[in-house]
Design a binder for this molecule. Structure first.
Ligand code: PSU
Ligand code: MN
Length: 282
């Protein structure tokens, strides 16, 4: 029972040294739950489905790690680069290796409707059939637009014991989604998609635990400050997400880092439970 994990959260999403610690801790959670974790990344142009311990250390410490979404896979491989895979690239690679379940933190989505900054994550979720466990689109995104985009791209969205789309650091967003109570229901829906040959992923939203949630009002203040800083420094394209996550972490004095780590841990645990449910249905 294999569980896919991504490497962008290690190389670009979390600061050092907690990134390395988290990468190993997430794998340990999976092992304890009797699942086999495979952290995906690209090493010297080679796609790795399961980075070695040494490679994970280098991914968390090197400064020259490229951020690769699906469109950058070929570039990273052909130019023999070290690349961390985002949600989109991880889904694509994991799916090509027959893996069915993937756990992450926050997914990418629609940043700003006016300049069409929409993450490759959304498109890839519609291309590969996989169960993806996440705590919502990152709070730095335009959430209503992201929810609409998930619908347009025919992605099955389920709330695990919630009827509201969570928003990464926060548990609520005001946006209603379909609630499921048990992992067996998620497994059943996924098997049905397979049987009917319906493409696209099942996106399972698992809200961050209440005690690690960030207050929405505080979040809004930090976000508007971070966005101003981003515009002043002309940050754009692939650097937007890492820049905003880093600035918000500084403004919150590390509180967003704690909630990011805790929600990742909880998503890995839930993903393993889903894998066990999936193995009971053919
Ligand atoms: N979730 C986190 N931290 C991250 C990311 C997700 O908790 O750093 C990464 C994922 O790899 C996701 C990527 O695919 O950010 C989205 O980047 P963009 O918005 O540029 O598509
Ligand atoms: Mn983008």
């Amino acid at each position: 029972m294999i569980l896919a994990l991504e490497s962008t959260v290690i190389a670009h999403g979390l600061p050092r040294p907690i990134n390395k610690k988290t990468a190993f801790h997430l794998q340990d959670i999976a092992y304890k739950k009797k699942c086999l974790p495979k952290t995906i990344g690209i090493v010297n142009g080679q796609i790795r489905v399961g980075l070695t311990d040494e490679e994970i250390i280098l991914m968390s410490e090197r400064d020259d790690i490229m951020k690769a979404g699906t469109r950058e896979i070929a570039l990273a491989v052909a130019t023999r680069r070290w690349a961390a895979t985002t949600v989109s690239a991880t889904i694509r690679i994991a799916s090509a290796h027959g893996i069915k379940v993937f756990a992450t933190g926050g997914i990418g989505g629609v940043h700003d409707v006016s300049n069409w900054d929409v993450s490759q994550d959304i498109y890839e979720l519609s291309q590969s059939r996989m169960i993806v466990v996440s705590s919502g689109p990152k709070s730095i995104l335009n959430l209503p637009a992201t929810a609409e985009m998930l619908e347009t791209f025919e992605i099955t969205v389920l709330g695990f014991r919630t009827d509201e789309m969570p928003a990464f650091y926060t548990r609520s967003s005001g946006i209603k989604i379909q609630k499921v109570e048990e992992t067996s229901e998620i497994a059943e829906i996924f098997r049905t998609k397979e049987k009917l040959e319906l493409p696209g992923s099942v996106l399972v939203f698992n809200p961050v635990q209440q005690e690690f949630e960030i207050d929405q009002l505080e979040m809004r203040t930090w976000l508007s400050e971070a966005t101003k800083k981003m515009q002043k420094e002309n940050v754009s394209q692939k650097s937007v997400t890492p820049f905003l996550l880093k600035t918000i972490a500084e403004l919150s004095e590390g509180r967003t880092i704690t909630s990011n780590v805790k929600l990742l841990e909880s998503n890995v645990a839930l993903a393993c439970d889903i894998l066990h449910s999936l193995s009971k249905i053919q």
